[in-house]
Design a binder for this molecule. Structure first.
Ligand code: EPU
Length: 329
């Protein structure tokens, strides 16, 4: 009988989940031992598990990228192995006075997961500094580099989100520089640094860390996967109609789509009464409505039931369809 691998420890929502086919990966040579005949739909690449909602039984082959930090400078680019902790990369960069990712401090997960949803926070997105993504094709056994343009990045999106190719991200190359201008466009960050006329990259990373710690739950204390939904992008007509009715609703312009605006999913959820709402052990965090938390023994189904109820309420009150940011497998 084959052995079951328990994945509860490897997903930050801490739901019960297990799989039969499993390979632990810590290096390029481990990657190269992935079975070549696996179909894309038969594979799950699991890394930090911080953006996933796993079903109780995973019937796929699980390629588990184990944490191992490996960062080097090659041709003036900072190159990091996929299993490197994202936050450790930020710490490394600011300690070398290299700018570009300080606003992305304390984002959970690994370097290899970062391009998938183009991680972003406090006015900066990964796409602003990423030069290439190296992928390993487990069907051909070859490596290939995609340029920033080839990754098709946009808000919480990239070519990797389709999960339709036999690719595992192996390394990324970033353009981090000592003279990169700082980004203080996000009001909460600017407010926190008002007394500091010339904040260093380390000052910014520290301020971001403090803001995140004050409003986002630590998955080790209260299991969660960060923002459960994306902030919805809606057309200007709907935005105008809603603004007339709800004076405190905010909208943000988008660089790449002039006729659309982004609005806050947390605000929509709060207005529908979901902030702090709990059904059994599945709940929305009481200090931030965009975060689904597991108070103990919530299953994937419990969390999905609560998420479905929230989506339904937002749709019927505002006519807006929320889309999950978290990947449900
Ligand atoms: N708000 C509410 N109720 C709440 C929380 C927030 O109404 O309970 C409103 C407030 O008006 C606030 C606005 O929502 O001004 C935005 O809130 P916040 O600044 O916390 O940011 P967010 O839009 O909820 C996004 C990212 C976060 C990222 C922060 C900071 C998405 C889906 N989420 O959250 O990313 O850290 O901005 O840049 O884009 C993640 O992806 O897991 C994540 C945490």
């Amino acid at each position: 009988m084959s052995r079951l691998h328990n994945l509860k420890k490897f997903n930050t929502l801490a739901v019960d989940s297990s799989c039969e086919r499993y390979l632990s990966i810590q290096s390029l040579s481990d990657l190269e031992s992935l079975p070549r005949d696996l179909k894309v739909s038969d594979m799950l690449v699991l890394a930090g598990g911080s953006n996933l909602l796993l079903s109780p039984q995973i019937n796929r082959f699980v390629a588990h990228i184990k944490p191992r930090d490996h960062i080097e400078v090659v041709d003036n680019l900072v190159v990091a192995w996929a299993g490197t902790s994202w936050h450790e990369l930020v710490v490394w960069a600011v300690s070398h006075q290299l700018g570009g990712i300080e606003n992305l401090a304390l984002i959970p997960g690994t370097v290899g997961a970062a391009p998938i949803q183009n991680i972003g926070a406090y006015g900066v997105e990964l796409k602003d500094v990423l030069v290439w993504v190296e992928i390993y094709n487990w069907q051909t056994g070859g490596y290939h580099r995609l340029s920033n343009e080839e990754c098709h990045f946009s808000y919480r999106h990239s070519i990797f989100r389709y999960h339709d190719r036999p690719w595992v991200i192996s390394r990324i190359g970033l353009d981090l520089r000592p003279n990169r201008p700082v980004n203080l466009s996000y009001p909460a960050l600017r407010d926190k640094l008002t007394r500091n006329k010339k904040p260093s990259y380390a000052d910014i990373a520290k301020a971001v860390t403090e803001i995140r710690q004050s409003k986002l739950p630590n998955p080790k204390e209260l299991p969660n996967a960060g923002s459960f939904f994306k902030n919805p992008i809606i057309d200007q007509d709907l935005a105008h109609r809603l603004q007339k009715k709800y004076k405190d609703m905010s909208f943000f312009n988008l660089d790449d789509k002039q006729d659309m605006v982004k609005t806050s999913a947390a605000w929509l959820l709060e207005k529908c009464g979901f902030k702090g709402k709990r059904i059994g052990d599945a709940g929305f965090y009481d200090k931030h409505a965009l975060i689904l938390v597991n108070h103990g023994k919530a299953s994937s189904e419990d969390l999905q039931n609560l998420s479905r109820a929230a989506k339904k309420a937002v749709k019927s009150k505002f006519g807006i369809t929320l889309e999950e940011e978290v990947r449900i497998v």
